[in-house]
Design a binder for this molecule. Structure first.
Ligand code: EPS
Length: 390
């Protein structure tokens, strides 16, 4: 499967075209809207989220509630567009109009794509860069991921993202009874954190950063249950599923690192405390006695839960000015902004969930027959039985 996204943060709409979904899969706009609303929530978001109420329109590839096998097109309107029709207009400017178009950006913000993106595409008005590098684009990545999540859920695979750290405050109590319990409890937390006490401290840290005109980052974790063993590849570097998940997480705006299972902690432990012992029972088939490797060996799923973390840097758009250089005058200035989120880690956990779901659905549709959803479902069931008795 593949998808492209198009659209600017303050342009008319965001669009994604998804290709490679099996025909005959049930999908409804309400499935996707639920995830779009989850992404918009989260303590620490700025005023833009009060303007937008993201809703998807399915404009291709679906008929009477089922995929057709043709590309699926999804559209989400930017409500803020009405305030930007002149500045972000599609039509060429009339003569003399150029100076009347305000909000030209000649002052790159440290930590953003502004300066490098301007250099790459020759944009002296770096609005042309920031409009696209904005995390607004994650709206349609979540829409695409939501479709992938639907495919997975119909195959008995559950994916959930949550927050384990914000601004140096770590969640300590990460126990949950079932994935449903994890979903319910994180859904009720304004910071999507399982540990209620840590969640309160995280909110205080966000308030503190906001009051200081600063921003804070954190760590999100995605957990997947129900993936069968042997999906991915040890044969081809570009089909190693853990590597593809790592790339997908790194592709989320402001993400700077990825860990599976014990992650970087593995550097500090001997092999006997890292690798997971293999066991078998008639009922369960093969399983690991522990899951320190986070569900992957040799670029393939082990059948154990997938546990992957990603670190998000603090959002670089700061009220607290950092020094930069105006590209027109080459003079130093203190960068400042009008509007920003002080922390978007809770939202980013929904984005991480979505991109992981996408990679899993892609790997499954690549490995198993996938023109028809019913055949995919059957192939997967056979594979589950086969790996159990292997
Ligand atoms: C973003 C800046 C803010 C965020 C935006 C991402 O938008 P604006 O520039 O309009 O104030 O609110 O996030 C979203 C719009 C969203 O939907 O998540 C940025 O620069 O990345």
């Amino acid at each position: 499967m593949r998808y492209l996204t198009s659209g600017e943060s303050h342009g008319p709409q965001l669009t994604t075209i998804i290709e490679g979904l099996p025909a005959g899969m049930a999908i409804a706009a309400s499935d996707i809207n639920n995830d779009l609303a989850r992404r918009q929530k989260g303590y620490g978001r700025g005023r833009r989220m009060q303007i937008e109420t993201d809703r998807v329109q399915i404009v291709g590839g679906v008929r009477h509630g089922y995929t057709l096998g043709s590309p699926v097109s999804l559209v989400v309107e930017n409500k803020d567009w009405t305030h930007w029709t002149k500045i972000m207009g599609i039509e060429p400017l009339e003569e003399g109009e150029e100076d009347s178009v305000k909000r030209k950006v000649s002052r790159p913000r440290p930590g953003h794509a502004d300066l490098n993106g301007g250099m790459k595409y020759g944009h002296r008005d770096m609005r042309n860069v920031l409009e696209r590098s904005s995390a607004r684009e994650t709206t349609v990545r979540v829409a695409a991921g939501s479709v992938a999540k639907k495919l997975l859920s119909l195959l008995g695979i559950k994916v959930v993202g949550h927050v384990v750290e914000i601004g140096g405050i770590k969640a300590e109590n990460l126990k949950y009874e079932s994935i449903e319990d994890l979903v319910k409890r994180t859904e009720n937390s304004p910071v999507r954190c399982l540990d209620e006490q840590a969640g309160v401290k995280m909110m205080e840290a966000i308030d503190d950063a906001k009051n200081k005109g600063d921003s804070i980052g954190g760590v999100v974790e995605v957990i997947v249950e129900g993936m069968p063993a042997g999906v991915g590849s040890y044969v081809h570097y570009d089909r190693k599923l853990d590597a593809n998940i790592a790339r997908a997480i790194m592709s989320i705006n402001a993400f700077k690192g990825v860990e599976f299972g014990l992650g970087f902690e593995m550097a500090r432990k001997p092999g006997s405390e890292v690798h997971d012992e293999i066991a078998w029972t008639k009922e369960e088939g093969y399983y690991r006695r522990t899951n320190r490797l986070g569900g992957f060996e040799g670029g393939m799923t082990t059948g154990m839960p997938i546990v992957v973390k990603g670190v998000m840097k603090p959002i670089p758009t700061l009220y607290k000015p950092l020094k930069s250089v105006d590209i027109e005058t080459k003079e130093e200035f203190q960068a400042s902004i009008e509007r920003s989120d002080s922390c978007a880690v809770p939202s980013a956990s929904v984005v991480a969930e979505s991109v992981v779901a996408w990679e899993l659905a892609s790997a499954l549709t690549e490995q198993f027959s996938s023109d028809r959803f019913d055949i995919l479902e059957r192939s997967l069931e056979e594979h589950r039985q086969y790996t159990k008795e292997f």
